[in-house]
Design a protein around this ligand. Sequence first.
Ligand code: 3PG
Length: 215
Amino acid sequence: MKMRVNMSHEFYGKMNQIKLLPLYTAKDLDVLPIAEKILVDNGVPVIEVAYRSELATEAIRILAKSGKLMVGAGTVRTLEQAREAVEAGATFVVSPCIVPEVIEFCIEKDIPVFPGAVTPSEIQSLITNYGIHVVKFFPADVYGGLKAMKALSGPFPDIKFVPTGGINKDNFLDYTTAEMISCAGGSFILTEEGIKKDGTGEWANQNLAELVAKM
Ligand code: 3PG
């Protein structure tokens, strides 16, 4: 029997509303409470912790335990990372690519999973093999951005995209307002470096407040 993703999971509906998916790389766990506060205060109660640092699992554990945000794992390329992340409390998983064992593990655990797909064949394989109808589109700027996603929506009107890569404060609204887009992800929303800029998080808070005010 084929494994199917639970597309009626409430997380998909929430992301269609929140519209922003902060991609966060944790290199200093002490910064996490500030990151959490900035996201909560600005009405973006979600974070994708990227497996791009050795602290990813620990950061997920701390944020999940605190319970203020919906916490997911990003840049998940192996089953081991997916297992670790979910064990630490991640409730969604994002991959830059299609890793069958990651997808199958997430389906078993009823964890929404967002594999990267940019070609018609990749998208169709996710639909056929797993019933996945929301895909990550990465790197969005390199693979044709909004123009490409609009074109893909012709044959795939039942697909929503989570574009990431090259999205910034000047172009994010083009993405978040487009019908075929679930939410836009990336480091333009919140980074540890941004929080550390002034030692208080005020710059990062203001940056996110300005993004949210534009929406
Ligand atoms: C990703 O993995 O989703 C991207 O690297 C995010 O790209 P950005 O840093 O340009 O937002």
